[in-house]
Design a protein around this ligand. Structure first.
Ligand SMILES: NC(=O)c1ccc[n+]([C@@H]2O[C@H](COP(=O)([O-])OP(=O)(O)OC[C@H]3O[C@@H](n4cnc5c(N)ncnc54)[C@H](OP(=O)(O)O)[C@@H]3O)[C@@H](O)[C@H]2O)c1
Length: 67
């Protein structure tokens, strides 16, 4: 996993939750639900972080085919 490409809201003490598939139908719903009401900051995992810079608190490159 690479260093976060965008980081916001990192100055608080929220626990971090990482979401695979965050750019898809299912994972996107998880991200939106977490951001709407949860004590977590959200790290969205995607193969193409540059395409989704504002998806979550952090957007980080991750590819399950290249662990
Ligand atoms: N949609 C439904 O109603 C539904 C219902 C039940 C089960 N499911 C299952 O839930 C899963 C996701 O469905 P979906 O509809 O949300 O699919 P989707 O909209 O096509 O999204 C697929 C997601 O998988 C990620 N992904 C694909 N290859 C990856 C890899 N090698 N490494 C990391 N991430 C990878 C994509 O991320 P990037 O392209 O950004 O990397 C994308 O976020 C599937 O297994 C599907 O069978 C879906």
């Amino acid at each position: 996993m690479k260093t976060p490409s965008s980081t916001t809201a990192l100055s608080n003490n929220k626990k971090l939750i990482a979401v695979f598939g965050a750019t898809g139908q299912q994972g996107g719903g998880v991200v939106r639900a977490l951001q709407a009401s949860s004590p977590f900051k959200v790290r969205a995992l995607t193969r193409n972080p540059g395409k989704h810079p504002d998806l979550a608190d952090e957007v980080v490159e991750a590819d399950l085919n290249r662990p």
